[in-house]
Design a protein around this ligand. Structure first.
Ligand code: C2E
Ligand code: CA
Ligand code: CA
Length: 529
């Protein structure tokens, strides 16, 4: 391996490892951030909803009191009406007192003292005509109360009651306000960091989260009353939460990153150990070839065979569909092909002695078809004594034609040697007809999957016949693969297919078994003559 490409690989590995490590860490930090904001928002809206519910209940009790007093039609400030006021007061947990009001003076109330209570001008008159007086001091301890007046009835409430929720943290601010009023009048608040303008654009019945002046702000506006609740949480709180979550998530992220790197390295080692194992297998000549006979369907004569590679490891034989795709992926297939061709070079003269027209088909992979040395290998086979181009055939999978147009050059050279080229596994679905048209080949191998459909309810005709038509229109010979039943052989023969292979005729055989069978068959033919 060149040092320059080595350095590039190391640099790439370092970059990939860093990404593999940093990416999960970055993701875990993101997750910590998202989780913190989510928790903060949930907590914040918990307070908002709680306060809004209490404020709405207070407003409900105010309007209920006004309605009850006015619908009782008792003489204003009479003893009966004052009894009723006291009843309402006792039943309503958010009202402090109920009374009669005229010209900003409470003339009588559920409070025991009979003095007149003079109020300043109302701080606010709402859209439904409720007059609101704020910071009214009625008690000896000077606790400010709010008075709501409508239709001559006054209801006195404690503005702090709706805010009476337990806050987990002192740095959270909370406010109940009248959003439609100029300056968004604050009815009550805890903490002083809330700017009433934050909720200026909040529509009725909606809730929003804002990022304002270093605070995460959660706000909701009542759909029934002119009320809104705002909670502001300083960003430092969220940062604290992020640190808390990061302590949990980042180690997990690091663990994921390290596992990812470990898994990648493990896979790379597996791959390189596969590479080494395969190269050693080539050196130790662990590959051998079996031949599956190809028969002439009309005479059932064995006219040739497909060479199929096998890998004999210490105790088992590995099937080619397990190692061929991996060898192709690792670009080591050419080593196998070289060994297969050299094994065929040993077997072919022996087979031709029995039947000089016998033809052996060799499977080539896309990589082989890109290499000039493949042509040289085939040329060396042709140089063997008694071997002519008609004794060889090359099979290339349909996939090869799709993957690389460059192979056409090698294919053309193979054809110019007089060796016929077959398209293998035809119909599996890789190529479009137009692509196949642009390559010149001689034989089409119909895949077993299509042969399998013969004899099943009408499907055979639907799938097989167009394939046969395509082959005919391209002037190709046809070989059917995977024939297992006599019925399939007869169907194929009826549709003019010349050659087939499959377990019906023979499984793949060792060269010794094939030679023996060929010899016996040729003796039978001589005897018949
Ligand atoms: P393929 O070229 O389509 O080979 C035909 C496969 O079908 C062979 O499997 C054969 O044993 C199997 N077969 C034949 N008749 C029947 C039958 O009647 N029923 C059933 N169920 N199967 C049948 P094998 O030997 O396991 O080969 C699998 C694949 O490995 C081959 O498919 C081919 O793509 C690849 N392969 C085999 N030898 C070589 C080789 O030397 N070079 C390359 N590049 N690929 C090879
Ligand atoms: Ca084949
Ligand atoms: Ca095939």
């Amino acid at each position: 391996m060149k040092p320059a490409s080595n350095t590039r690989k190391i640099a790439l590995a370092i970059v990939l490892c860093s990404v593999a490590l940093l990416l999960p860490i970055w993701a875990s930090l993101q997750l910590s951030w998202i989780q913190s904001e989510l928790h903060e928002r949930n907590d914040g809206f918990g307070y908002v909803h709680d306060v809004l519910r209490r404020a709405e209940k207070t407003a409900d009790q105010v309007s209920h009191a006004v309605e009850r007093i006015n619908s009782s039609h008792l003489p204003p400030c009479s003893a009966q009406e004052r009894d009723l006021m006291r009843d309402i007061d006792l039943e309503s947990d958010y009202t402090q007192a109920v009374g009669r009001i005229a010209n900003d003076v409470i003339v009588c109330s559920s409070l025991d003292n009979r003095e007149l209570i003079y109020l300043d001008k109302p701080g606010l008159v709402t859209e439904n005509g409720v007059k609101e007086y704020f910071h009214v001091v009625l008690t000896r301890n000077k606790h400010p109360l709010n008075v709501f007046a409508k239709d001559g009835v006054a209801v006195i409430t404690d503005p702090d009651l709706p805010l009476d929720v337990s806050l987990n943290d002192n740095d959270i601010s909370l406010a109940l306000l009248v959003p439609s009023a100029d300056g968004q009048h604050v009815l009550a608040s805890r903490g002083d960091r809330i700017d009433p303008r934050w909720v200026r654009s909040l529509p009725k019945g909606e809730e929003r989260t804002y990022n304002k002046d270093g605070y995460m702000v959660m706000a909701a506006r009542s759909s029934r009353y002119d009320l809104a609740v705002v909670v502001a949480s300083p960003r430092e709180r969220i940062d604290r939460r992020v640190r808390h979550f990061a302590l949990l998530f980042v180690p997990i992220g690091v663990l994921c990153g390290v596992s990812l790197i470990w898994a990648t390295m493990y896979l790379a080692r597996l791959r390189s150990s596969f590479d080494n194992r395969l190269k050693a297998a080539v050196r130790r000549r662990e590959f051998y070839v079996e031949y599956q006979p190809v028969v002439d369907l009309k005479s059932r004569r064995w006219t040739g065979a497909e060479a199929l590679v096998r890998w004999r490891t210490d105790d088992t034989t590995v099937r080619p569909d397990l190692f061929i795709p991996l060898a192709e992926e690792r670009h080591l297939i050419h080593l196998i092909t070289q060994q297969v061709v050299s094994l065929i070079a040993e077997d072919l003269p022996r087979l031709l002695k029995i039947d000089p027209s016998f033809r052996v088909a060799i499977n080539l992979s896309p990589d082989d078809l890109r290499m000039q040395s493949t042509v040289e290998m085939l040329r060396s086979l042709l140089a063997l004594e008694g071997v002519c181009p008609g004794n060889l055939e090359v099979e290339a999978t349909e996939r090869a034609f799709v993957e690389d147009q460059k192979i056409s050059h090698v294919l053309e050279q193979i054809r110019s040697l007089g060796i016929q080229v077959a398209i293998d596994d035809f119909g599996i679905g890789y190529s479009s007809l137009s692509r196949i048209h642009s390559f010149r080949f001689d034989i089409l191998k119909i895949d077993k999957t299509f042969v399998d459909t013969i004899g099943t309810e009408g499907v055979a005709r639907g799938v097989m016949l167009p394939i046969i038509d395509i082959a005919r229109s391209l002037d190709l010979h046809i070989v059917a693969e995977g024939v297992e039943r006599e019925e399939q052989a007869r169907f194929l023969q009826a549709y003019g297919i010349e050659r087939a292979q499959g377990w019906l005729f023979s499984a793949p055989l060792s060269v010794a078994a094939l030679s023996k069978e060929l010899r016996e068959r040729s003796q039978e033919t001589v005897a018949l003559k």
